[in-house]
Design a binder for this molecule. Structure first.
Ligand code: GMT
Length: 375
């Protein structure tokens, strides 16, 4: 098949999933065309059967807000025509599904028959997409897609609840990991050797948006390190990084908290971690939690959204109410202090990630979904 993929190319779970899906599909013989404003962050420079088409947005004095969604639609239209794409796969509804719809309308007389598949990732449904300025357009774009997938059962239900499009068949296809990449045994524990000095490594990876509750992470860690000698490693960057740094100083743990900034390849870091914290306010799936589990890292997270579909409470990690810092401290200390429990959880985490979220199984489900949508 010839598949166009549009996603947010910068740091974030939906861009990571879209890119890794494209790479895996190309490995299986499909031709993949990424259409976006920047080379996706997890896309290496050259791969056979993988192409990148940059969307250029013209700057014009009248355009206080340059219309990216229109430029994207035009680029999609061009790429579909030139490369005879079968599928346009939009990751994150706003504005990608809308631009795909415009492109398909423009192609109506060309006989290309391109189909639009939209994958709903999270805040496109739970937050931004429901804003009154977007709600009707999100609903319209969802309803006009030829195929819809959601990354969790929770998100599928939220889609029906928020948009009432019960006539849409939303297929749940969970996110995935490559077991060869997210493998604790594959990496030398450099981080452990260089920063931990015999202490436990507590880790968080995200884009530091308010929904991640990054200050809670520092608060949890500040109490945990009093009970278990440990260091906190914060990977990523975003609007609340400064607040997290301030919190670390205020709580006197800045010397044992390491902010590493944005790092593309997180698996080698996760392979050094003893515990992963994800105390988000909402999370439709929690790709970073899955990546941690696959590396044998038990996860302490919020019992929200799709996280219970990823973390098996009491077996591969512990789920607590969002904002319940004390419960998360108790859960973290309980895991880190008991070596036998940690070993059991770590092994269960790596095994569950492989059994339920292996790349080969999930990518095959996308292939089958494309084939069904194309009829
Ligand atoms: O929906 C978002 O907020 C953005 C998106 C992203 O690009 O990071 O995150 C969502 O998609 C990820 C990949 O499917 C999921 O793992 C995240 O849980 C989800 N984020 C939220 O629901 C807050």
């Amino acid at each position: 098949m010839k598949i166009g993929i549009t996603c947010y190319p910068t740091y974030g779970g939906s861009g990571a999933v879209a890119t890794e899906l494209g790479i895996a599909l190309a490995r299986r013989g499909h031709e993949i065309h990424f259409i976006t404003y920047q080379q996706p962050f997890r896309l290496p420079a050259f791969l056979p059967r993988v192409f990148f088409h940059e969307v250029d947005v013209v700057r014009y004095p009248l355009f206080e807000y340059p219309p990216y969604d229109l430029a994207l639609a035009v680029r999609m239209h061009e790429v579909v025509r030139e490369h005879r794409l079968d599928v346009l796969h939009a990751h994150y509804a706003i504005p990608h599904a809308t631009s795909a719809w415009i492109a398909r309308e423009m192609l109506e007389d060309d006989g290309t028959g391109v189909k639009i598949i939209t994958t709903l990732h999270g805040t496109d449904i739970t937050l931004v997409g429901q804003d009154p300025s977007f709600q009707r357009l999100t609903k319209f774009s969802i309803e006009r897609s030829n195929g819809l997938t959601a990354v969790s059962h929770y998100l599928k239900q939220e889609t029906y609840k928020a948009f009432g499009c019960t006539a849409c068949a939303v297929e749940v296809i969970h996110n995935f990991i490559d077991p060869a990449v997210y493998d604790r045994a594959a990496y030398r524990p450099l981080l452990r050797e260089q920063v931990a000095d015999g202490r436990a490594v507590v880790m968080h990876v995200s884009n530091f948006r308010p929904v991640k509750r990054v200050r809670d992470i520092v608060r949890i860690f500040a109490q945990v390190q009093r009970e278990v000698p440990s260091v906190l490693v914060m990977v990523g960057d975003g609007p609340e990084r400064v607040l997290a740094e301030q919190e670390a100083r205020a709580l006197g743990v800045h010397d044992v908290t390491h902010f590493l900034g944005r790092i593309d390849a997180v698996a080698p870091l996760l392979a050094s971690a003893d515990l992963f914290l994800l105390p988000s306010q909402s999370e439709s799936f929690g790709l970073s939690a899955l990546e941690a589990l696959a590396c044998g890292v038990p996860v302490v997270a919020s019992r929200v959204g799709g996280l219970p579909e990823v973390v098996n409470d009491g077996v591969t990690g512990v789920l607590c109410d969002p904002g319940d810092v004390d419960a998360m401290v108790a859960a973290s200390v309980g895991i880190l202090r008991d070596r036998d429990r940690w070993q059991a959880m770590s092994a269960a985490a790596a095994a569950a990630a492989r059994a339920r979220f292996a790349e080969s199984d999930i990518v095959a489900r996308y292939e089958a979904f494309y084939a069904r949508t194309l009829g």
